[in-house]
Every structure is written in C-alpha cells, then in structure tokens.
Design a protein around this ligand. Sequence first.
Ligand SMILES: [Zn+2]
Length: 110
Amino acid sequence: MDKSLRKQKRFFIDRIAKFCDKCGSAYHLSDIQVIQDKGPSAIIHFSCRNCKSSNVANFVSPMGFTTRIPINSDLTMDEFPRFASGETVSLDDVLEVYICFENGKGCVKI
Ligand SMILES: [Zn+2]
C-alpha cells in the first residue's frame, strides 16, 4: 500500500469511523477500501475483521458531512467495487428476468 493511500485511509478512519458499530473493534487500514473518490464525494467500504459486518460511508469533503449505512451482503471487500461501479438494474430488467424464469426459458440477454 503506497503512502498516499495509507494517508487517505487513515484520514477516513479518523473522520468517519474508528470502531465497528456492531462489536466495537478498532478498524485497521486494511479493513477499509476506497470505492470511489471523485470530486467532493468519496464512497468508502468498512469491513470489520472481528464480526464481519460491513458499512458503506459517503463522505462529502467540503462540508465534512458523512452518511454511513450498514449493509448485509456476502460480497467480499474486493468484489464490492465491481458491483458498485456497474450499471443500475431497472425494474424492467428485474421483471424481464422474472418472466424468463417463470416461463422456464433461459435468459440469453443476461
Ligand atoms: Zn465488528
């Protein structure tokens, strides 16, 4: 991990969450992943090494404003950015898949 990434992760731990909300264990630099850091907003994934709970935080730097959302997911910390940067699934997409399975057909488009 390069020095600037370590410094960035330390900043987010100090500003957003030093400890896990669920079990109180301290976060380490390797427990967080910066998913997106564009412009004034950053999205950070926190994963507790003790209880395995996950949180996603949105940090808006000009105001120092943070929202943090606990998530229940079986995605690993490495998998999370892949899905977070993907296209949004629309309701029509969900209905299309449902109909494919309902009809017993394969979903070729997916
Ligand atoms: Zn925990």
